[in-house]
Design a protein around this ligand. Structure first.
Ligand SMILES: NC(=O)C1=CN([C@@H]2O[C@H](COP(=O)(O)OP(=O)(O)OC[C@H]3O[C@@H](n4cnc5c(N)ncnc54)[C@H](OP(=O)(O)O)[C@@H]3O)[C@@H](O)[C@H]2O)C=CC1
Ligand SMILES: CC(C)CCC[C@@H](C)[C@H]1CC[C@H]2C3=C(CC[C@]12C)[C@@]1(C)CCC(=O)C[C@@H]1CC3
Length: 343
Protein backbone atom coordinates (compact mmCIF):
# COMPACT_ATOMS: atom_id res chain seq x y z
CA UNK A 1 0.00 0.00 0.00
CA UNK A 2 1.32 3.45 -0.92
CA UNK A 3 1.99 5.61 2.12
CA UNK A 4 1.40 9.33 1.90
CA UNK A 5 4.46 11.40 2.81
CA UNK A 6 3.35 13.98 5.36
CA UNK A 7 4.34 17.56 4.64
CA UNK A 8 6.22 19.33 7.44
CA UNK A 9 3.92 20.62 10.20
CA UNK A 10 5.33 24.06 9.47
CA UNK A 11 3.92 24.14 5.92
CA UNK A 12 0.63 25.95 6.02
CA UNK A 13 -1.90 27.78 3.88
CA UNK A 14 -3.89 30.87 4.80
CA UNK A 15 -7.20 31.13 2.95
CA UNK A 16 -8.16 34.81 3.06
CA UNK A 17 -4.50 35.69 3.62
CA UNK A 18 -4.82 38.98 1.69
CA UNK A 19 -7.37 40.35 4.17
CA UNK A 20 -6.87 42.36 7.34
CA UNK A 21 -6.52 39.49 9.81
CA UNK A 22 -5.07 37.12 7.20
CA UNK A 23 -2.15 39.39 6.37
CA UNK A 24 -1.23 39.90 10.04
CA UNK A 25 -1.42 36.12 10.48
CA UNK A 26 0.81 35.51 7.45
CA UNK A 27 3.41 37.99 8.70
CA UNK A 28 3.56 36.36 12.15
CA UNK A 29 3.71 32.85 10.70
CA UNK A 30 6.67 33.86 8.55
CA UNK A 31 8.39 35.36 11.63
CA UNK A 32 7.84 32.05 13.40
CA UNK A 33 9.52 30.08 10.62
CA UNK A 34 6.42 28.67 8.88
CA UNK A 35 6.39 28.30 5.14
CA UNK A 36 3.18 30.00 4.01
CA UNK A 37 0.97 29.81 0.92
CA UNK A 38 -1.78 32.41 0.63
CA UNK A 39 -5.04 31.58 -1.15
CA UNK A 40 -7.32 34.56 -1.71
CA UNK A 41 -9.61 36.03 -4.30
CA UNK A 42 -7.19 38.98 -4.53
CA UNK A 43 -3.47 39.57 -4.02
CA UNK A 44 -2.79 42.87 -2.25
CA UNK A 45 0.83 42.68 -1.03
CA UNK A 46 4.04 40.72 -1.27
CA UNK A 47 6.13 39.10 1.48
CA UNK A 48 9.43 37.38 0.64
CA UNK A 49 9.04 33.62 0.91
CA UNK A 50 5.23 33.64 0.78
CA UNK A 51 3.57 32.19 -2.32
CA UNK A 52 0.30 33.73 -3.52
CA UNK A 53 -2.49 31.86 -5.25
CA UNK A 54 -5.39 33.86 -6.53
CA UNK A 55 -8.69 31.99 -6.60
CA UNK A 56 -12.16 31.53 -5.21
CA UNK A 57 -12.45 29.14 -2.25
CA UNK A 58 -15.61 27.74 -3.87
CA UNK A 59 -13.35 26.23 -6.54
CA UNK A 60 -12.09 22.87 -5.25
CA UNK A 61 -9.61 22.28 -8.05
CA UNK A 62 -7.95 25.65 -7.41
CA UNK A 63 -7.74 24.82 -3.69
CA UNK A 64 -6.32 21.34 -4.29
CA UNK A 65 -3.34 22.76 -6.18
CA UNK A 66 -2.38 24.80 -3.11
CA UNK A 67 -3.29 22.36 -0.36
CA UNK A 68 -1.58 19.27 -1.75
CA UNK A 69 1.64 19.85 0.17
CA UNK A 70 0.50 21.60 3.36
CA UNK A 71 -0.43 20.03 6.69
CA UNK A 72 -2.16 23.01 8.31
CA UNK A 73 -4.82 25.35 6.91
CA UNK A 74 -6.10 28.61 8.40
CA UNK A 75 -9.46 29.65 6.92
CA UNK A 76 -10.08 33.34 7.54
CA UNK A 77 -11.84 34.34 4.31
CA UNK A 78 -15.33 35.82 4.30
CA UNK A 79 -17.21 38.44 2.33
CA UNK A 80 -17.29 41.71 4.29
CA UNK A 81 -20.22 41.96 6.77
CA UNK A 82 -21.00 45.32 5.15
CA UNK A 83 -21.99 43.71 1.82
CA UNK A 84 -25.24 42.30 3.32
CA UNK A 85 -25.58 39.91 0.35
CA UNK A 86 -27.32 36.76 1.57
CA UNK A 87 -26.56 34.68 -1.54
CA UNK A 88 -22.88 35.58 -1.46
CA UNK A 89 -22.59 34.79 2.28
CA UNK A 90 -24.21 31.36 1.80
CA UNK A 91 -22.13 30.60 -1.29
CA UNK A 92 -18.78 31.53 0.32
CA UNK A 93 -19.20 30.98 4.07
CA UNK A 94 -21.28 27.81 3.99
CA UNK A 95 -20.95 26.06 0.61
CA UNK A 96 -17.41 27.37 0.11
CA UNK A 97 -16.36 26.16 3.57
CA UNK A 98 -17.73 22.68 2.74
CA UNK A 99 -15.55 22.80 -0.37
CA UNK A 100 -12.54 23.84 1.75
CA UNK A 101 -13.13 20.84 4.03
CA UNK A 102 -13.42 18.41 1.09
CA UNK A 103 -10.28 19.84 -0.50
CA UNK A 104 -8.38 19.59 2.81
CA UNK A 105 -9.44 15.97 3.25
CA UNK A 106 -8.60 15.03 -0.34
CA UNK A 107 -5.23 16.76 -0.12
CA UNK A 108 -4.34 15.07 3.17
CA UNK A 109 -4.31 18.26 5.29
CA UNK A 110 -4.31 17.31 8.98
CA UNK A 111 -5.47 20.49 10.72
CA UNK A 112 -7.98 23.18 9.88
CA UNK A 113 -8.26 26.33 12.01
CA UNK A 114 -11.38 28.36 11.22
CA UNK A 115 -11.81 32.04 12.04
CA UNK A 116 -15.36 32.07 13.32
CA UNK A 117 -16.82 34.97 15.34
CA UNK A 118 -18.07 35.50 18.89
CA UNK A 119 -21.13 37.02 17.19
CA UNK A 120 -22.45 33.51 16.45
CA UNK A 121 -24.19 33.66 19.85
CA UNK A 122 -25.23 37.34 19.65
CA UNK A 123 -28.93 38.10 19.12
CA UNK A 124 -28.93 41.77 20.04
CA UNK A 125 -29.37 41.28 23.79
CA UNK A 126 -26.76 41.62 26.53
CA UNK A 127 -23.98 39.03 26.80
CA UNK A 128 -21.80 39.42 29.90
CA UNK A 129 -18.71 37.24 30.19
CA UNK A 130 -20.30 34.77 27.72
CA UNK A 131 -18.76 31.30 27.59
CA UNK A 132 -18.53 29.02 24.55
CA UNK A 133 -21.44 26.87 25.77
CA UNK A 134 -23.96 29.65 25.03
CA UNK A 135 -26.37 28.41 22.31
CA UNK A 136 -25.99 29.70 18.77
CA UNK A 137 -28.23 32.70 18.02
CA UNK A 138 -31.68 31.38 17.11
CA UNK A 139 -32.56 34.61 15.37
CA UNK A 140 -29.27 36.00 14.03
CA UNK A 141 -29.45 39.74 13.34
CA UNK A 142 -27.90 39.64 9.88
CA UNK A 143 -26.98 37.26 7.05
CA UNK A 144 -23.30 37.44 7.94
CA UNK A 145 -23.99 36.04 11.43
CA UNK A 146 -26.47 33.47 10.09
CA UNK A 147 -23.80 32.04 7.79
CA UNK A 148 -20.95 32.28 10.33
CA UNK A 149 -23.06 29.98 12.56
CA UNK A 150 -23.51 27.40 9.79
CA UNK A 151 -19.84 27.69 8.83
CA UNK A 152 -18.67 27.01 12.38
CA UNK A 153 -21.00 24.01 12.73
CA UNK A 154 -19.79 22.51 9.44
CA UNK A 155 -16.13 22.87 10.43
CA UNK A 156 -16.47 21.53 13.97
CA UNK A 157 -18.57 18.55 12.80
CA UNK A 158 -15.85 17.63 10.30
CA UNK A 159 -13.31 17.00 13.07
CA UNK A 160 -12.36 13.31 12.91
CA UNK A 161 -9.45 11.56 14.60
CA UNK A 162 -10.21 8.46 12.48
CA UNK A 163 -9.78 10.48 9.27
CA UNK A 164 -6.65 12.17 10.68
CA UNK A 165 -8.38 15.53 10.15
CA UNK A 166 -8.63 17.82 13.17
CA UNK A 167 -10.56 21.08 13.33
CA UNK A 168 -10.95 23.97 15.76
CA UNK A 169 -12.77 27.32 15.57
CA UNK A 170 -11.46 30.63 16.92
CA UNK A 171 -14.12 33.17 17.84
CA UNK A 172 -12.60 36.66 17.98
CA UNK A 173 -14.65 39.76 18.71
CA UNK A 174 -14.30 43.31 17.40
CA UNK A 175 -10.89 42.92 15.80
CA UNK A 176 -8.99 46.18 15.39
CA UNK A 177 -5.47 47.32 14.57
CA UNK A 178 -3.35 48.74 11.75
CA UNK A 179 -4.82 48.25 8.24
CA UNK A 180 -8.29 47.33 9.54
CA UNK A 181 -10.66 48.31 6.71
CA UNK A 182 -13.79 48.41 8.88
CA UNK A 183 -13.80 49.75 12.39
CA UNK A 184 -11.60 52.88 12.29
CA UNK A 185 -12.42 53.87 8.67
CA UNK A 186 -16.19 53.54 9.28
CA UNK A 187 -15.88 55.46 12.53
CA UNK A 188 -13.92 58.30 10.90
CA UNK A 189 -16.26 58.40 7.91
CA UNK A 190 -19.23 58.67 10.29
CA UNK A 191 -17.46 61.43 12.26
CA UNK A 192 -16.60 63.34 9.07
CA UNK A 193 -20.28 63.24 8.06
CA UNK A 194 -21.10 64.81 11.44
CA UNK A 195 -23.02 61.72 12.59
CA UNK A 196 -20.72 60.77 15.48
CA UNK A 197 -22.20 63.23 17.98
CA UNK A 198 -24.54 60.76 19.65
CA UNK A 199 -24.18 58.00 22.21
CA UNK A 200 -26.72 55.24 21.63
CA UNK A 201 -28.22 54.29 25.02
CA UNK A 202 -26.73 55.32 28.38
CA UNK A 203 -23.15 54.67 27.25
CA UNK A 204 -22.26 52.21 30.03
CA UNK A 205 -22.36 48.99 27.94
CA UNK A 206 -19.18 46.91 28.08
CA UNK A 207 -17.76 45.33 24.94
CA UNK A 208 -14.71 43.36 23.81
CA UNK A 209 -12.42 44.92 21.24
CA UNK A 210 -9.56 42.62 20.36
CA UNK A 211 -6.21 43.74 19.00
CA UNK A 212 -5.34 41.92 15.80
CA UNK A 213 -2.01 40.58 17.15
CA UNK A 214 -3.87 38.87 20.01
CA UNK A 215 -6.23 37.26 17.52
CA UNK A 216 -3.24 36.06 15.49
CA UNK A 217 -1.61 34.69 18.66
CA UNK A 218 -4.81 32.76 19.48
CA UNK A 219 -4.90 31.22 15.99
CA UNK A 220 -1.29 30.04 16.12
CA UNK A 221 -1.64 28.66 19.64
CA UNK A 222 -4.75 26.77 18.54
CA UNK A 223 -2.92 25.28 15.56
CA UNK A 224 0.04 24.23 17.69
CA UNK A 225 -2.13 22.69 20.45
CA UNK A 226 -4.50 20.88 18.07
CA UNK A 227 -3.52 17.21 18.42
CA UNK A 228 -5.54 13.97 18.48
CA UNK A 229 -5.41 13.75 22.28
CA UNK A 230 -5.96 17.46 23.02
CA UNK A 231 -9.23 18.99 24.23
CA UNK A 232 -9.25 21.40 21.29
CA UNK A 233 -10.57 18.90 18.74
CA UNK A 234 -13.92 20.03 17.32
CA UNK A 235 -14.26 22.91 19.80
CA UNK A 236 -14.75 26.68 19.61
CA UNK A 237 -12.62 29.20 21.54
CA UNK A 238 -13.25 32.86 22.35
CA UNK A 239 -10.19 35.00 21.80
CA UNK A 240 -10.45 38.51 23.20
CA UNK A 241 -8.26 41.17 24.79
CA UNK A 242 -9.75 40.07 28.13
CA UNK A 243 -10.30 43.74 29.00
CA UNK A 244 -13.94 44.63 28.32
CA UNK A 245 -14.32 48.39 27.85
CA UNK A 246 -17.33 50.70 27.53
CA UNK A 247 -18.18 50.73 23.81
CA UNK A 248 -18.41 54.53 23.81
CA UNK A 249 -15.13 54.99 25.73
CA UNK A 250 -13.35 52.91 23.10
CA UNK A 251 -14.95 54.90 20.25
CA UNK A 252 -14.10 58.18 22.01
CA UNK A 253 -10.46 57.20 22.59
CA UNK A 254 -10.00 56.37 18.91
CA UNK A 255 -11.85 59.49 17.72
CA UNK A 256 -10.06 61.87 20.09
CA UNK A 257 -6.72 60.20 19.27
CA UNK A 258 -7.34 61.05 15.62
CA UNK A 259 -8.39 64.63 16.40
CA UNK A 260 -12.20 64.29 16.25
CA UNK A 261 -14.69 65.16 19.00
CA UNK A 262 -16.02 62.41 21.23
CA UNK A 263 -19.78 61.75 20.99
CA UNK A 264 -21.71 63.58 23.77
CA UNK A 265 -25.47 63.56 23.34
CA UNK A 266 -27.54 60.52 24.29
CA UNK A 267 -30.24 58.95 22.12
CA UNK A 268 -32.59 56.19 23.34
CA UNK A 269 -31.46 52.77 22.15
CA UNK A 270 -34.95 51.55 21.15
CA UNK A 271 -35.52 54.62 18.98
CA UNK A 272 -32.24 54.27 17.07
CA UNK A 273 -32.70 50.52 16.67
CA UNK A 274 -36.23 51.08 15.30
CA UNK A 275 -34.94 53.65 12.80
CA UNK A 276 -32.12 51.30 11.72
CA UNK A 277 -34.64 48.47 11.14
CA UNK A 278 -36.83 50.77 9.09
CA UNK A 279 -33.86 51.97 7.02
CA UNK A 280 -32.74 48.38 6.46
CA UNK A 281 -36.23 47.41 5.25
CA UNK A 282 -36.45 50.38 2.88
CA UNK A 283 -32.96 49.85 1.46
CA UNK A 284 -33.64 46.10 1.01
CA UNK A 285 -36.83 46.88 -0.92
CA UNK A 286 -35.05 49.47 -3.07
CA UNK A 287 -32.00 47.27 -3.68
CA UNK A 288 -33.01 46.09 -7.18
CA UNK A 289 -33.10 49.76 -8.20
CA UNK A 290 -30.41 51.43 -6.09
CA UNK A 291 -27.76 50.04 -3.72
CA UNK A 292 -27.71 52.27 -0.60
CA UNK A 293 -25.59 51.24 2.41
CA UNK A 294 -26.89 52.87 5.61
CA UNK A 295 -24.28 53.74 8.28
CA UNK A 296 -26.54 52.68 11.13
CA UNK A 297 -27.52 49.07 10.45
CA UNK A 298 -29.52 47.08 13.07
CA UNK A 299 -26.37 45.03 13.78
CA UNK A 300 -24.17 48.09 14.35
CA UNK A 301 -26.79 49.73 16.58
CA UNK A 302 -27.18 46.51 18.59
CA UNK A 303 -23.39 46.27 18.96
CA UNK A 304 -23.20 49.92 20.00
CA UNK A 305 -25.96 49.75 22.61
CA UNK A 306 -25.68 46.40 24.40
CA UNK A 307 -23.16 44.57 26.55
CA UNK A 308 -21.25 41.92 24.60
CA UNK A 309 -18.11 40.61 26.17
CA UNK A 310 -16.87 37.07 26.37
CA UNK A 311 -14.81 34.89 28.69
CA UNK A 312 -11.63 33.48 27.19
CA UNK A 313 -10.95 31.17 30.15
CA UNK A 314 -11.32 28.08 27.92
CA UNK A 315 -8.51 29.33 25.66
CA UNK A 316 -6.38 30.15 28.70
CA UNK A 317 -6.89 26.68 30.13
CA UNK A 318 -6.59 24.54 26.97
CA UNK A 319 -3.92 26.43 25.04
CA UNK A 320 -2.28 28.76 27.54
CA UNK A 321 -3.69 31.85 25.83
CA UNK A 322 -2.95 35.30 27.27
CA UNK A 323 -3.28 38.51 25.27
CA UNK A 324 0.16 39.72 24.17
CA UNK A 325 -0.74 43.41 23.67
CA UNK A 326 -2.80 45.28 26.29
CA UNK A 327 -5.70 47.48 25.23
CA UNK A 328 -4.08 50.86 26.01
CA UNK A 329 -1.02 50.06 23.91
CA UNK A 330 -3.22 48.51 21.18
CA UNK A 331 -5.32 51.67 20.86
CA UNK A 332 -2.18 53.85 20.76
CA UNK A 333 -0.60 51.70 18.03
CA UNK A 334 -3.84 51.69 16.03
CA UNK A 335 -4.34 55.45 16.22
CA UNK A 336 -0.71 56.03 15.19
CA UNK A 337 -1.18 53.77 12.16
CA UNK A 338 -3.87 55.95 10.54
CA UNK A 339 -2.13 59.32 9.93
CA UNK A 340 -4.17 59.73 6.72
CA UNK A 341 -7.44 59.58 8.67
CA UNK A 342 -6.54 62.37 11.11
CA UNK A 343 -8.77 65.43 11.15
N1 LIG B 1 -13.12 42.04 11.60
C1 LIG B 1 -13.71 41.62 12.71
O1 LIG B 1 -13.98 42.38 13.63
C2 LIG B 1 -14.03 40.17 12.84
C3 LIG B 1 -13.78 39.27 11.82
N2 LIG B 1 -14.07 37.93 12.01
C4 LIG B 1 -13.76 36.96 10.96
O2 LIG B 1 -12.38 37.04 10.69
C5 LIG B 1 -12.10 36.67 9.33
C6 LIG B 1 -11.23 37.72 8.70
O3 LIG B 1 -11.89 38.97 8.76
P1 LIG B 1 -11.20 40.28 8.21
O4 LIG B 1 -9.75 40.09 8.09
O5 LIG B 1 -11.75 41.39 9.01
O6 LIG B 1 -11.86 40.36 6.75
P2 LIG B 1 -11.23 40.84 5.36
O7 LIG B 1 -12.40 41.17 4.48
O8 LIG B 1 -10.21 41.89 5.56
O9 LIG B 1 -10.50 39.52 4.82
C7 LIG B 1 -11.16 38.46 4.21
C8 LIG B 1 -10.40 38.08 2.95
O10 LIG B 1 -11.08 36.96 2.33
C9 LIG B 1 -11.18 37.23 0.93
N3 LIG B 1 -12.28 36.49 0.33
C10 LIG B 1 -13.60 36.80 0.34
N4 LIG B 1 -14.29 35.90 -0.38
C11 LIG B 1 -13.39 34.99 -0.84
C12 LIG B 1 -13.51 33.84 -1.67
N5 LIG B 1 -14.68 33.43 -2.17
N6 LIG B 1 -12.38 33.13 -1.94
C13 LIG B 1 -11.18 33.53 -1.48
N7 LIG B 1 -11.02 34.64 -0.71
C14 LIG B 1 -12.11 35.36 -0.39
C15 LIG B 1 -11.41 38.73 0.92
O11 LIG B 1 -11.27 39.28 -0.38
P3 LIG B 1 -12.16 40.60 -0.75
O12 LIG B 1 -11.71 41.65 0.23
O13 LIG B 1 -11.82 40.87 -2.15
O14 LIG B 1 -13.60 40.22 -0.51
C16 LIG B 1 -10.37 39.19 1.91
O15 LIG B 1 -9.10 39.30 1.30
C17 LIG B 1 -13.48 36.50 8.68
O16 LIG B 1 -13.79 35.14 8.64
C18 LIG B 1 -14.43 37.22 9.62
O17 LIG B 1 -15.69 36.61 9.59
C19 LIG B 1 -14.56 37.48 13.19
C20 LIG B 1 -14.81 38.33 14.22
C21 LIG B 1 -14.58 39.75 14.13
C1 LIG C 1 -21.58 53.79 13.39
C2 LIG C 1 -21.10 53.60 14.79
C3 LIG C 1 -22.22 53.59 15.78
C4 LIG C 1 -20.25 52.39 15.00
C5 LIG C 1 -19.03 52.36 14.13
C6 LIG C 1 -18.08 51.22 14.51
C7 LIG C 1 -18.47 49.92 13.87
C8 LIG C 1 -18.15 50.01 12.40
C9 LIG C 1 -17.74 48.73 14.54
C10 LIG C 1 -17.98 48.67 16.05
C11 LIG C 1 -18.03 47.19 16.43
C12 LIG C 1 -17.54 46.48 15.19
C13 LIG C 1 -17.77 45.03 15.00
C14 LIG C 1 -17.84 44.49 13.71
C15 LIG C 1 -17.78 45.38 12.50
C16 LIG C 1 -17.43 46.84 12.78
C17 LIG C 1 -18.12 47.33 14.05
C18 LIG C 1 -19.63 47.22 13.90
C19 LIG C 1 -18.14 43.03 13.49
C20 LIG C 1 -19.62 42.95 13.13
C21 LIG C 1 -17.32 42.46 12.32
C22 LIG C 1 -17.61 41.01 12.08
C23 LIG C 1 -17.79 40.17 13.29
O1 LIG C 1 -17.65 38.98 13.20
C24 LIG C 1 -18.20 40.78 14.55
C25 LIG C 1 -17.76 42.20 14.71
C26 LIG C 1 -18.29 42.79 15.99
C27 LIG C 1 -17.82 44.19 16.21
Amino acid sequence: MATRIRPSSKRCAVIGGSGFLGRHLVERLVEKGYSVAVFDIAQRYEVPGVTFHQGDLCDKQALLKVLKDVSLVFHCASPSPACDDRNLFWKVNVEGTRTVIQACQEAGVQKLVLTSSASVVFEGTDIKNGKEDLPYAKRPIDYYTETKIQQEKVVLEACSKEKDFLTVAIRPHGIFGPRDPQLVPILVDTARKGKMKFIIGDGTNLVDFTYVENVVHGHILAAEHLKPDSPLCGKAYHITNDEPIRFWDFMSQVLVGLGYDAPRYHLPYALVYGIAMLLWLITSLLRPLVNIKPTFTPMRVALAGTHHYYSCSRAKQDMGYQPVVRLKEAIARTVASYPHLRR
